[in-house]
Design a protein around this ligand. Structure first.
Ligand code: GLU
Length: 473
């Protein structure tokens, strides 16, 4: 545990320009876990300063996805755009201190200089003559941007908790813009001011932001603010090692829930182990994760997102999940006839075979089919005249069964199979087709028990009756 004087504050700072994707969700998780592990605070900040690309549905999707994963912030979220005045205030403070300057270079001048550098094959640097101009000479009514006076000598080192020690020569860092010519703050400035004002002690984020950290430190130093601890987590690639894309299943967290039917605990566990490990441990509960999580366990190389593994893991969590809960999650996927109580009864059987809620719904579909059942191709193929004849005999036999339970039905049909000199499978095959319309289902006695006496007999009879009417299809 950290000492009270250094209370840990982390944050997740998504830009609401798209859905909450797998990388963002993992960043949120690591920040959440780090704060929990250290008894600290985990904050949310919506970085909505890109007004053209930030949307309300994206903000909602982020909140929704985080809530689903149990990763809501400990306090109401901060919205970056609302704090623009505060960001500008800091820029003006830096101007007043002489740590920033008004730069009156026009975009055309900059473009010319950039082109000249390119032509001469040298790296372009902003080398503004305004950097050292006396503020008394600043024109009153010409447009300008505010630039930081970045140090040109020496170097900056970040002791990154994941990347290790990373050093950059200060000459590499431009006098970047703090305030645009319309007076709006840049992203670089906003992040630093917000992190400072929110008391963020640990910045855990994707390593695509490592370069930004060196710029952000320039502002921190100029303001005399403490530099947070950084942890830049490697990217997530597809299972084939290529940059993650939709093709790899890199869809929004909402689609994992709604379209694929994954359980939040499965996604939580998968994200946790995507880039972080604790020995060989595979399944880790939330509580264990809080206890075990540390940045030392975060690897330096990109992790690989494997949707198949995530699905398999989900299958595991489905088998562990409470039946009534699964029924309540599956019912809305099944149309208006789904009966939650019956679904819950069927769950112990159904969940043995399903990796997703969608597969559970597909497996449960037979329960709510209308008579006469439409048979799928394989099931229809089983419906020979012999099979129909057999179904009629099975039905006639089961009418006499007073105890409609799995053990009684099993004993009854086993004895009947023996009388007929047939294997039980010979009976079960056409029964399954007649009772479920398919050739895969829970065990045949479970199917009978779940459907109940009346429905089971009616389904058997409906198929048997087709014998007299001639071929069904
Ligand atoms: N808003 C940035 C992003 O979504 C994150 C900035 C940060 O974590 O510092 O990539």
């Amino acid at each position: 545990m950290a000492s009270a004087s250094a209370k840990v504050v982390t944050r997740f700072a998504p830009s609401p320009t798209g859905f909450l994707h797998i990388g963002g969700a993992r960043t949120a998780l690591f920040n959440w876990l780090y704060a929990r592990h250290h008894g600290g605070t985990y904050l949310l900040r919506i970085e909505d300063t890109d007004r053209a690309r930030s949307t309300e549905p994206a903000i909602e999707a982020i909140f929704d996805g985080l809530r689903w994963l149990g990763l809501d912030g400990d306090e109401p979220a901060t919205f970056q755009f609302e704090r623009s005045a505060r960001h500008a205030e800091v820029a003006h403070e830096l101007l007043a201190k002489g740590a920033a300057y008004r730069c009156y270079l026009t975009p055309e001048e900059l473009a010319e200089r950039r082109a000249a550098a390119q032509a001469e094959r040298r790296t372009f640097r902003i080398d503004s003559e305004w950097r050292d101009a006396d503020p008394a000479t600043w024109p009153a009514d010409a447009p300008y941007v505010v630039r930081i006076k970045a140090p040109r000598e020496g170097e900056t080192t970040i002791a990154d908790e994941v990347q290790g020690s990373v050093t950059v020569a200060n000459s590499e860092i431009d006098d970047f813009v703090l305030l645009r010519s319309d007076g709006t703050p840049t992203y670089m400035l906003a992040v630093v001011v917000d992190d400072h004002d929110m008391g963020v002690t640990h910045v855990i984020r994707g390593d695509d932001h490592l370069n930004n950290a060196f710029r952000q430190i320039v502002i921190l130093n100029a303001m005399g603010w403490p530099v947070p601890t950084y942890a830049h987590v490697p990217m997530i690639n597809g299972a084939d090692g290529a940059k993650l894309s939709k093709r790899h299943g890199a869809i929004g967290v909402d689609a994992y829930r709604d379209e694929m039917g994954l359980l939040p605990e499965a996604v939580f566990n998968y994200l946790l182990r995507l880039g972080w490990g604790h020995g060989d441990r595979e399944e880790i509960t939330r509580e264990e994760a809080i206890e075990l999580f540390d940045l030392a366990g975060v690897g330096k190389s990109p992790s690989r997102f494997d949707i198949k593994k995530l699905e398999n893991l989900n299958g595991h969590y489905i088998r562990e999940a409470d039946d009534a809960r699964l029924a309540s999650l599956v019912a809305p996927r099944m149309g208006p006839h789904a009966d939650e109580a019956l679904l819950a009864q069927a769950m112990p059987q159904l969940k043995l075979r399903a990796k997703t809620l969608d597969e559970l719904a597909a497996g449960a579909a037979f329960l709510f089919k209308e008579r006469p059942l439409a048979l799928d191709e394989k099931a229809a193929g089983l419906m020979t005249d012999d099979a129909r004849d057999l179904l009629a005999r099975i039905s006639a036999r089961l009418v006499g069964e007073a105890d409609w339970t799995v053990p009684a039905l099993e004993a009854n049909l086993k004895a009947f199979a023996e009388d007929l000199g047939l294997g039980l499978g010979k009976l079960a095959q056409p029964m399954r087709a007649a009772l479920t319309g398919t050739t895969t289902s829970p065990g045949i006695f479970d199917v009978l028990a779940l459907l109940g006496r009346d429905e089971s007999l009616a389904r058997l009879d409906a198929q048997a009756a087709r014998a007299e009417a001639g071929p069904a299809n």
